[in-house]
Design a protein around this ligand. Structure first.
Ligand code: NAP
Ligand code: HSE
Length: 426
């Protein structure tokens, strides 16, 4: 029987889940892996006296990182501390000491992947990160292995569980954003700092990792256009619903020849779209490859056990691998020079206006849009507001982003103000 000794960096939501899964699934792990046994020797935490969701013995806990990254018995270091630092430095130290690293940390990976990978290759050890994107969904494995014979044309995903949970509850029950965010935190879905979720950053980190693998060229995080859900209102969601749309925070990566677009923003989808029925903390990725054609993967994107499922699978792959594979594209801090980033993508737009209710206003609005070649697909006028203005919803036909922005800048604020602009994908 082979025993592999590992160390944890962190033991919160995800770490507790990993401890419990390794503990409860010991027999099955051994059966499936020629008698393999995984033993956790040390667990780094901030506070050794804190109550934990797993029964980790007190003598394993430490606040000294050296006890994990420098212990010669430990061959795999598993990181679920979160945040860029000190997690990145600790992982680098472990790699330099010749240990394979498994991480669930998309921030550290997206920002320092090039450094971590270089160190892992130099020391001929592994770097595994399935849990960093989409919780239990094996999207990293799918992109690196199952679909490696494909040129990926586009991916569109719900890749943040917290925001999907919030938007689903707002859509279903018209609930208030702040109340629902509190529940997502209590369920252990949200990041230690939930601003990363609701501002769209968590999804952008994940998209940078997925797009780099899918397009086989480094797509750095700053190249991802990012807009979160904090400015969305119950009114936008209910007006969209009335028009047959569901609101999701989508991560979109598209490639046309060498031109790519990578963006995270709230998006209205037709209620009939496969992603529209993905609710709660579920994640899903809808993608298209030149050989596999269209495919959708769906599963729990956050939470202790779904994330532990991905982490433990990485630990087992790392423990049984004869050689550790690394992506072969130039993994640098900069974008791959062969990729041309396009920030003037085409989209339809949902525009909510507050307009003066008098003859000629609609014609003027249509005229301002037409001057920039933006044409109207649908319009909806709601009842009169208190201040004699009316809420007016316009959905445009597909138009370039920059034309739409220029058209909106030309609107006369005396006649109408732009309350929200939300992209619509078919
Ligand atoms: P968490 O509950 O806040 O746990 C963080 C753990 O790391 C805690 O045990 C904490 O110690 C320890 N820690 C943090 N900073 C430390 C430091 N400077 N020194 C020593 N220990 C430190 O976070 P989580 O929800 O488990 O998330 C962890 C990672 O998994 C993040 O990268 C997150 O993005 C990723 N992830 C989370 C989920 C999810 O559903 N939650 C899903 C996928 C990926 P104490 O316990 O003593 O405070
Ligand atoms: N906070 C993240 C989410 C955890 O809500 O999706 C999974 O990465």
């Amino acid at each position: 029987m082979k025993e592999v000794i590992i160390g944890f960096l962190g033991c919160g939501n995800v770490g507790g889940g990993v401890w419990n899964l390794l503990d409860n699934f010991r027999k099955e792990i051994a059966h499936r892996n020629n008698g393999l046994s995984i033993k956790v020797k040390k667990v780094l935490v901030r506070d050794v006296n804190k109550a934990r969701s797993c029964a980790v013995p007190a003598e394993l806990l430490t606040t000294d990182v050296e006890e994990v990254v420098s212990d010669p018995d430990i061959s795999i270091v598993v990181e679920f501390m979160g945040g860029e630092q000190p997690a990145t430095e600790y992982m680098l130290r472990a790699l330099r000491a010749g240990k394979t690293v498994v991480t669930a940390n998309k921030v550290a990976l997206a920002l320092n992947w090039h450094r971590l990978q270089a160190e892992a290759q130099d020391k001929n050890v592994g770097l595994y990160y399935e849990a960093s994107v989409c919780g239990a969904i094996p999207i990293i494995n799918v992109l690196q292995n199952s679909l490696q014979a494909n040129r990926i044309g586009h991916m569109m995903g719900i890749i943040n569980g917290t925001t999907n949970y919030i938007l689903s509850r707002m859509y279903e029950n018209g609930e208030d954003y702040q109340d629902v965010l509190g529940d997502a935190q209590r369920l252990g879905l949200a990041e230690p700092n939930p601003a990363a979720d609701v501002e769209g950053l968590d999804a952008a980190y994940k998209l940078s990792i997925m797009a780099s693998l899918a397009f086989h060229g480094r797509v750095p995080f700053p190249k991802v256009y990012t807009e979160g859900i904090t400015k969305l209102t119950a009114m936008d969601i209910s007006c969209g619903k009335e028009m047959g749309y569901v609101l999701k925070l989508l991560a979109i990566a598209k490639r046309e020849n060498n031109t790519v677009q990578v963006r995270v923003h709230p998006t209205f989808l037709p209620a009939t779209h496969p992603l529209s029925s993905v609710n709660g903390s579920f994640n899903a990725v809808y993608l298209q490859g030149h050989a596999c054609q269209e495919m959708m993967l769906q599963g729990r994107g956050a939470g202790d056990m779904p994330t532990a499922s991905a982490v433990v699978s990485d630990i087992l792959r790392a423990a049984t691998a004869e050689i550790h594979l690394h992506p072969t594209f130039a993994n640098t801090a900069e974008a791959d020079p062969s990729l041309i980033f396009n920030d003037n993508w085409q989209s339809q737009y949902f525009i909510r206006l507050s307009a003066e209710d008098k003859p000629g206003v609609l014609a003027k609005i249509a005229g301002w849009l037409a001057q920039k070649d933006v044409s109207i697909a649908t319009m909806l006028q709601k009842g009169k507001a208190d201040d004699d203005r009316v809420p007016l919803i316009i959905v445009t036909h597909a138009a370039p982003e920059k034309s739409l922005r220029k058209a909106l800048e030309s609107f006369d604020a005396q006649l109408c103000t732009v309350e929200s602009v939300i992209r619509v994908e078919a």
